[in-house]
Write a protein that binds this ligand. Structure first.
Ligand SMILES: NC(=O)C1=CN([C@@H]2O[C@H](COP(=O)(O)OP(=O)(O)OC[C@H]3O[C@@H](n4cnc5c(N)ncnc54)[C@H](OP(=O)(O)O)[C@@H]3O)[C@@H](O)[C@H]2O)C=CC1
Ligand SMILES: Cc1cn([C@H]2C[C@H](O)[C@@H](COP(=O)(O)OP(=O)(O)O[C@H]3O[C@@H](C)C(=O)[C@@H](O)[C@H]3O)O2)c(=O)[nH]c1=O
Length: 305
């Protein structure tokens, strides 16, 4: 183990938390808590449970992340996305520990097509975005030395996302659609884990920080790129085209989603000296290493070959 104290990851069963736990586990002492270990919708219980632990850093990647559920159950969303982050900040301050909290591009209204900086005004248009923004304020009000990472459109091997959904649809259906009037920066959980690791002990990273792979895309173009890469890698898709639809064509969406929320990552690039690779390169690696082989084997097994 390298030097540095113990990192408590709350949300280790999720897409981002699992990637962090795996990456940090090579070099640090890590305690990863999943849903069975802690109910984050009960802030008072969270306070007691976290107080009993020894750690030097807490990373909070958990939360109510189903955007429509946040609209339907705002009390739960407020507890997990605002109140529990506040409690974690208070406990970390008591213990002299560091807190890294994770937030979202959905804090922005998305009304203009410009890359979002950390200093831009955040005006959320859905409960999820509002409660995440209130969580950011709660954490940084307790200590401006804590770090709030805003990330966007995550994909990775630990939990299915839009990428996996669009491929599964293209394997089964002749027509596939995705939303064209919504733009952000897809981000690979494995890249994220590598970027975050040096931030654990480095106090230069504090306040708000935008983190994403490079480039911006609509959900339609993102889906199209998934099909293009998967097809090149030999996946026998039923269709090779993603047709564009509008957010308005999704009457089942309970939450309003912002139109343009891609990040300006200048602050991260300057602090770290790292240039995030493009979302397309990261997607290519994800599909090659984690998705296409597995899907091909499943298809072969189903066909009895
Ligand atoms: N996914 C994305 O595209 C984006 C995510 N973010 C933010 O990044 C962070 C990580 O997201 P991601 O890893 O994708 O999210 P996930 O949904 O994969 O992980 C969230 C975790 O929180 C857990 N959780 C939810 N409710 C409770 C509860 N009441 N008690 C205990 N655990 C609970 C979930 O448990 P279980 O596994 O049992 O469901 C899950 O493991 C979050 O803060 C999210 O808001 C920001 C922008 C984009
Ligand atoms: C984009 C899209 C989604 N869907 C479906 C899939 C899913 O059931 C539902 C919502 O999709 P998503 O979960 O990808 O979208 P959404 O819930 O809006 O995703 C968000 O998650 C939170 C945590 C964030 O912080 C955001 O950055 C963003 O990644 O709509 C389609 O059927 N077609 C589409 O083109």
């Amino acid at each position: 183990m390298a030097d540095g104290g113990r990192v408590l990851i709350i949300g280790a069963g999720g897409r981002m938390g699992a990637a962090l736990a795996r990456q940090f586990g090579h070099t640090r002492s890590v305690l990863g808590w999943k849903r069975a270990d802690l109910d984050i919708s009960k802030p008072a219980l969270v306070r007691e449970a976290v107080r009993r632990q020894d750690f030097t850093t807490v990373i909070y990647t958990a939360g109510t992340t189903n955007v429509d559920r946040c609209e339907e159950y705002p009390e739960e969303s407020h507890a997990t996305n605002t109140e529990t982050p506040r409690v974690l900040a208070e406990v970390c301050r008591e213990k002299g520990a560091r807190l890294i909290h994770v937030s979202t591009d959905y804090v922005f209204d998305g009304n203009s097509p410009a890359l979002r900086k950390e200093t831009d005004l955040a005006e959320p248009i859905c409960k999820y975005g509002l409660h995440k923004l209130e969580g950011e304020h709660a954490v940084l009000d307790v200590s401006p030395g804590f770090l709030v990472l805003r990330v966007s459109w995550l994909f990775g091997p630990d939990r299915k996302s839009f990428v996996d959904m669009i491929l599964e649809r293209a394997l089964e259906h002749d027509r596939v659609e995705a939303i064209a009037d919504k733009v952000s920066s897809p981000t690979y959980s494995i890249d994220l884990a590598q970027w975050i690791e040096p931030m654990v002990d480095d106090q230069r990273y504090h306040g708000l920080l935008h983190l994403s792979n490079a480039g911006a895309t609509s959900w339609r173009e993102y889906g199209q790129k998934c099909l293009d890469i998967a097809s090149e890698l030999g996946l026998p898709l039923k269709t090779h085209t993603v047709h564009g639809v509008s957010r308005k064509d999704f009457p089942t969406f309970k939450a309003q989603r912002p139109e343009y929320t891609a990040f300006d990552t200048t602050k991260f690039r300057q602090l770290s000296g790292t240039e995030p690779r493009s979302w397309e390169d990261a997607l290519q690696e994800y599909l090659r290493e984690h998705v296409v082989g597995e899907l091909s084997s499943k298809l072969a097994a189903a066909a009895g070959t």
